[in-house]
Design a protein around this ligand. Structure first.
Ligand code: ATP
Ligand code: MG
Length: 491
C-alpha cells in the first residue's frame, strides 16, 4: 500500500465534530474538542523538542491525556512506542534502549520507573507540559499508509519481547476489517478497560477516529464498573480477556445486559469452554477472536451469526485476510492440526531491528504465528495452543490449554497451568500447577480430570502454588513453570 490519507483526527473533527469521542467517569469530549486539545498538545510536545521521525515512548495510565498524546505524536510524524506500565524498571529500560527512544512522555507518578540518572533520555512529564500557546507551526501531517506509526513490544510470553512496527496502513486495515465483520452502527460505543499500551486498547483508539465512534474509557479494569457502564453508558461493544469476562459474569449475578449491547470481543488467549457455555446460557454474545501484536489486533474473529453456535472457535479471517494451517511445510486438510499462518494488510512489516526474526516469521507475506490450531470443514479456526508448549505423549498431541480449561471449570480451582515433564514410558506427560480457592485433594483433582479427559491428558502429578507466574500482560508464563520442573522445584 502506498497511499496518503488525511490526518485521521483532523478529518474526523471535520466530518462529525459534535459526536462523542471519549467519555471517562469525570469528563467527556467531542471529536471537535479532542482535535483542539490534540493540536495544543502537539504544539506543547514540539516546544519540548519532539520532532518528526523521532521515537517517542509513551508511559501513561489510561486517560484522555494518553489518547491525546498518541494522536499528537502521530500528528507530528514521530513514532509512538507504547510502554507497558506494569513492566519493571529494568524491563522498561531494555525496551527504551532497544527502541532507540529519544523522549519519554510519562505521568509524573511513573517518572521513578524510568529516570536512572545515567542516560541522556529526555523525560517529558505529562502534568508539567508548558501551558502557554506556542508560536510554532501547527503539526497536522498527512498519514502515509506505509509509514510506521507505532512500535509495540510483544508480551514476552515465549521469550524476550520484540518491537512490532505498525504502519498507518496496518492500523487502518485492522479497523476496517473489524467493522466489516462486526458491522458499524452510528450508536456504537466501545468500552475500553484494557490497557491502551496493548494492541487491544490502542486499536480501539484507531477505530474510534476512523469510524467516528465514542469510547467509554476506564482507567483500569473493575468488573462492577464495567457492568455498570454496559447498563448505563450506552456501551454496545466491549473488549475483554478471559479473567475480565469471568469476573464480570460473577458480578453480574442475575442481571441482564440491555438488548442494545452487541458484543463482548474476547481475545488475547484461550477462553475456557465452561465460561463460553455460561455466556451462551445467559444469552451474552461473546465473539472469540484470534490476534497478535503482529496483526495489529484481530485477524480471525467469529461473525455475529456464529457467536452462539460455533462455541470455542475463533471464527474466520477478517475480509481482507487469509488463514491456513501448515504442517511439515504442507498445507493441512480440514480438521488436521498444524501451525496457524495468517496473511493480510494489517500484518506488521517486521520487528524493529530484528531482521532475522522478521525473515523467520514472515515468508511470502504469510506470518508464522507459532500457534497450533486447525480449521474445520466449514472453515472455522480453532486455536489449540502455542507450538512451543505442545506436549507429545506416546505420540499423541496434548495441549496444555485444554487441560487448564478443564481444571479451571472446577469451582474450587482458582488458577491452573500445565506443562510437559519427561516420562520414561511416554516421552512426555502433562504436569499441573494449581492455585486453589478452597482446600482440595490431589486425588480429587485427578479423578475430576479422569472423568473429562482421555487418560494420556490427565496430569501425572500436581503442585499447589499460591499464585502462578504471569507476565506484565497477565499471561501465564509456562516457561517459568518448565524451569521449576527442570530444577526439580515441585513442592
Ligand atoms: P511473545 O510473542 O513475546 O511471546 P505474546 O505472543 O504473548 O508474546 P501477544 O502478541 O500479546 O504476545 O499475544 C499473541 C498471542 O496470544 C498469540 O500468538 C496466541 O498465542 C495468543 N492468543 C491470542 N488470541 C488467542 C485465542 N483466541 N486463543 C488462544 N490464544 C490466543
Ligand atoms: Mg507472540
Amino acid at each position: 500500500m502506498n497511499q496518503q490519507m488525511p490526518n485521521w483526527l483532523k478529518q474526523r473533527a471535520e466530518l462529525t465534530p459534535d459526536r462523542l469521542a471519549v467519555k471517562t467517569t469525570s469528563e467527556q469530549v467531542t471529536f471537535h474538542q479532542l482535535h483542539r486539545r490534540v493540536q495544543f498538545r502537539a504544539q506543547q510536545l514540539s516546544l519540548s523538542g519532539v520532532t518528526k521521525g523521532e521515537h517517542v515512548a509513551i508511559l501513561m495510565k489510561n486517560s484522555i491525556d494518553m489518547i491525546e498524546t498518541i494522536h499528537a505524536v502521530m500528528s507530528i510524524g514521530a513514532v509512538a512506542i507504547m510502554l507497558n506500565l506494569r513492566l519493571t524498571r529494568q524491563e522498561l529500560m531494555w525496551q527504551i534502549l532497544d527502541g532507540e527512544v529519544v523522549h519519554v512522555i510519562c505521568n509524573g507518578e511513573l517518572k521513578e520507573k524510568i529516570s536512572n540518572g545515567k542516560n541522556s533520555l529526555h523525560i517529558i512529564i505529562n502534568e508539567e507540559l508548558p501551558q502557554e500557546n506556542a508560536n510554532v507551526e501547527l503539526y497536522e501531517l498527512d498519514f502515509q499508509a506505509n509509514q510506521v506509526a507505532t512500535i509495540m513490544y510483544t508480551s514476552g510470553t515465549t521469550g524476550h519481547p520484540k518491537g512490532v512496527m505498525h504502519t498507518f496502513g496496518n492500523h487502518w486495515s485492522s479497523a476496517v476489517g473489524s467493522a466489516l465483520n462486526l458491522g458499524l452502527l452510528p450508536t456504537d460505543r466501545w468500552l475500553l478497560a484494557v490497557p491502551l499500551f496493548h494492541i487491544s486498547g490502542l486499536s480501539i483508539v484507531m477505530r474510534s477516529v476512523i469510524y467516528g465512534m465514542g469510547i467509554v474509557l476506564h482507567e483500569r479494569f473493575n468488573a462492577t464498573k464495567m457492568n455498570q457502564a454496559i447498563m448505563n453508558d450506552k456501551v454496545t461493544i466491549v473488549s475483554v480477556v478471559t479473567t475480565m469476562l469471568q469476573q464480570m459474569l460473577d458480578q453480574l449475578d442475575k442481571q441482564r445486559y440491555p438488548d442494545s449491547f452487541r458484543c463482548m470481543l474476547a481475545g488475547g488467549g484461550p477462553v475456557p469452554k465452561s465460561v463460553l457455555e455460561e455466556c451462551q446460557n445467559r444469552k451474552i454474545p461473546v465473539y472469540q477472536t484470534f490476534g497478535m501484536t503482529e496483526t495489529a489486533s484481530q485477524i480471525v474473529t467469529l461473525t455475529p451469526e456464529h457467536s452462539m453456535t460455533k462455541l470455542g472457535s475463533a471464527g474466520k479471517p477478517l475480509f481482507s485476510c487469509q488463514v491456513k494451517i501448515v504442517k511439515d511445510g504442507k498445507e493441512c486438510i480440514a480438521n488436521e492440526e498444524g501451525e496457524i499462518l495468517v496473511k493480510g494488510p494489517n500484518i506488521t512489516k517486521g520487528y524493529w531491528k530484528r531482521d532475522d526474526e522478521t525473515k523467520k516469521a514472515l515468508q511470502d507475506g504469510w506470518l508464522h504465528t507459532g500457534d497450533q490450531g486447525y480449521i474445520d470443514d466449514q472453515g472455522f479456526l480453532y486455536v489449540l495452543d502455542r507450538r512451543s508448549d505442545l506436549i507429545i505423549s506416546g505420540g499423541e498431541n496434548v495441549y496444555p490449554a485444554e487441560i487448564e480449561s478443564i481444571l479451571l471449570s472446577h469451582p474450587k480451582i482458582k488458577d491452573a497451568g500445565v506443562v510437559g515433564v519427561e516420562d520414561k514410558r511416554w516421552g512426555q506427560s502433562p504436569y499441573a500447577f494449581v492455585v486453589l480457592h478452597e482446600q482440595l485433594m490431589k486425588t480429587d483433582i485427578i479423578e475430576f480430570c479422569q472423568n473429562q479427559l482421555a487418560t494420556y491428558k490427565v496430569p501425572k502429578d500436581i503442585t499447589f502454588l499460591d499464585e502462578l507466574p504471569r507476565n506484565a500482560a497477565n499471561k501465564l508464563l509456562r516457561r517459568a513453570l518448565k524451569e521449576r520442573v527442570n530444577k526439580g522445584r515441585l513442592q
